[in-house]
Design a protein around this ligand. Structure first.
Ligand code: 6R9
Length: 565
């Protein structure tokens, strides 16, 4: 089957955003994301096509057509406007992965509201910080989470409406009311807010290395970028059953779990439950998933269970696999090719970029461990510390992008100075380090602030972690720079062992020697600490800064996105 992108090199050479809009068949006159993802698909005659296959935590399956998306997002839009909420007001979405989350997001955008997705696992403090910073007016939530919302109401005076989708016999307090799909009446027509390309759409909070989480503000004009990357990178076609495993609390779950795929009229599968290996494999088998977008941590967990587990299921429906969020280890690419017969395609981007920027696309050579090349229309580079471009191949520097692009964030909410600090010399600084090889492939070297400097040599923690994973006893690892009076920093590794291995001095020596041989004496960890598990964000990124702060006895900072916080 030919890929959507065709010849990637040719696409790169001849790219323009106005051609891309034409290729997507997007009209020039309306830009409301809610309308594009539902009404427009119905107008194209696909109203009865399944938009959402939703599997509940207890294994029931419900289906929603694009017409259902249309009439129920209208119902949400009408309800929210009826509460007196006005375009530009912030509405938080604090829900598990239930249909009300997805349809509520579309409805809110139809009404011109700025939707603010929040992980359902957020505790009080995380919730309060984001709601007070955004001065959020309303929150879509469920019965179970209402109790957490109540704890912050007093501290968040802006929050006037708590909208509970499944209240049951909950006795409401002031400002609380019911609205959800069980009882909502379909609304045939709603006059969508006539969003301009610069009209705000979504506010996504993202944790930096320091300080409070920052709200990256996105706009309705992001849509062509999310739709085109869904088409060309994820290779989504009409007949696909697409599964993005990300929660919409993370940007991957909105750009590629709501906007991009539905703008193309694709059928999406959503699993309410989190990662349970047998349920994941059963979902692929039973729902006949064809395109799967996941993350390296999940892939490593699948690898840990081994090939035998994968062979218990019929995974032959799979056609295209992609990964995002953290470095994809080369062995994960090789493993998936062996076990699923398909390599994972690494994609690189950020909350701030709104869509995939550097990536492997179908039809292009995959160099395992490389993030691929710049997406057509994207100008990326690595910069030296004076923010000038490094042209020499394989020299690492700051990964930077040339603004603008349609899905770029427009500011950090109420923090313009943090926004401005991300731009230097005409470039947007991503905060990552990378190198570009002689053939234009990008290789991730670590976060700018995580790179270890040992005796004047820069060592990327990812390189060490990747090598550590190749040791037979290592399940997961993180490497940090530990201050050292002689070498400035030395490498310290935190290692979680695979089942069947026990910490011992002998094992420690074996791992150290393994790295010394594999990388270099400089990259060899001087110290190894065995841990049960590593601190991670909900999207699966290892929080090295937490380990580093613990190591140095410093304040750990904002932990609200930590996995089991
Ligand atoms: C979409 C998303 C962005 C940061 C980014 C980088 C890391 C993302 C990656 C990757 C290596 C990849 N990251 N994709 N690192 N290879 N393919 O993850 O957004 O949560 O804002 O994180 O994640 O460090 O700068 P966000």
């Amino acid at each position: 089957m030919p890929s959507n992108i065709g010849n990637p090199e040719e696409r790169r050479r001849s790219f323009s955003w106005s051609d891309a809009r034409k290729e997507l068949g997007f009209p020039e006159d309306s830009h409301n994301i809610g309308w594009y993802c539902s009404d427009r698909i119905c107008d194209l005659g696909m109203g009865e096509k399944t938009a959402l296959v939703w599997e509940t935590a207890d294994g029931r399956v419900a289906r929603f057509t694009f017409n259902d998306l249309r009439v129920y997002s209208n119902a949400y839009a009408k309800h929210l406007s009826g509460l007196g909420l006005r375009p530009g007001d912030r509405v938080a979405v604090f829900l598990e992965r239930v249909p009300e989350l997805y349809i509520g997001m579309l409805g809110g955008m139809k009404a011109g509201l700025i939707m603010q997705p929040l992980f359902s696992a957020f505790g009080e403090d995380a919730l309060e910080k984001r709601i007070s910073n955004a001065e959020t007016s309303a929150i879509l939530t469920c019965r179970k989470l209402t109790f957490r919302v109540r704890k912050i109401r007093e501290r968040c005076p802006s929050l006037r409406h708590v909208i509970v989708c499944d209240p049951g016999d909950l006795s409401f307090q002031e400002g609380e009311a019911a609205f959800g799909l069980e009882t909502a009446k379909p609304v045939e027509s709603f006059a969508c807010y006539p969003a301009e390309p610069e009209t705000p759409s979504i506010l996504h909070y993202t944790s930096g290395t320091t300080g409070m989480p920052k709200g990256a503000l996105h706009v309705h004009g992001s849509l062509p970028a999310q739709a085109l990357t869904s088409k060309w990178v994820l290779d989504i076609k009409d007949e696909d059953i697409y599964w993005c495993t990300a929660d919409p609390g993370w940007v991957t779950g909105t750009s590629y779990g709501i906007i991009g795929p539905w703008a193309l009229g694709a059928t999406q599968y959503v699993l309410e439950a989190g990662f349970i290996i047998d349920r994941w494999y059963r979902a692929i088998q039973d729902q006949k998933i064809t395109v799967w977008y996941s993350a390296p941590t999940a892939i490593r967990m699948l690898m840990k269970e081994g090939e035998a587990k994968a062979k218990q299921y019929d995974l032959s429906s799979l056609r295209h696999l992609c990964s995002v969020g953290e470095p994809l280890n080369p062995e994960a690419v090789v493993w998936s090719e062996r076990v699923y017969g398909l390599p994972f395609h690494d994609t690189w981007w950020q909350t701030e970029t709104g869509c995939i920027q550097v990536t492997n696309v179908p039809g292009m050579e995959i160099r395992p461990g490389s993030m691929g090349k710049a997406f057509p229309g994207v100008t990326a580079a690595v910069l030296a510390h004076d923010f000038t471009e490094i042209c020499e191949p394989n020299k690492q520097g700051l990964l930077a992008l040339k603004p603008p692009w349609p899905s770029m964030f427009r500011t950090y909410w109420r923090n313009p100075s943090a926004y401005e600090s991300k731009f230097k010399n005409g470039w947007y600084l991503t905060g990552d380090r990378a190198r570009i090889d002689e053939d234009g492939f990008y290789w991730f070297m670590g976060r700018d602030d995580d790179v270890i400097n040992t005796a004047g040599h820069l060592v990327g923690p990812f390189e060490i972690e990747s090598a550590l994973l190749e040791h037979e006893a290592v399940a997961e690892s993180a490497a940090i720079g530990k201050p050292d009076p002689v070498n400035m920093e030395v490498v310290k590794a935190f290692v979680a062992l695979k089942a069947g291995f026990e910490p011992s001095r002998k094992l420690e020596m074996s791992i150290m020697n393994f790295i010394r041989k594999k990388l270099s004496p400089l990259a060899m960890p001087q110290e190894i600490e065995f841990v049960e598990k590593l601190p991670k964000t909900r999207s699966g990124k290892i929080m090295r800064r937490v380990l580093r702060a613990q190591e140095l006895g410093q304040e750990v900072g904002d932990l609200s996105t930590l996995d089991d916080n």
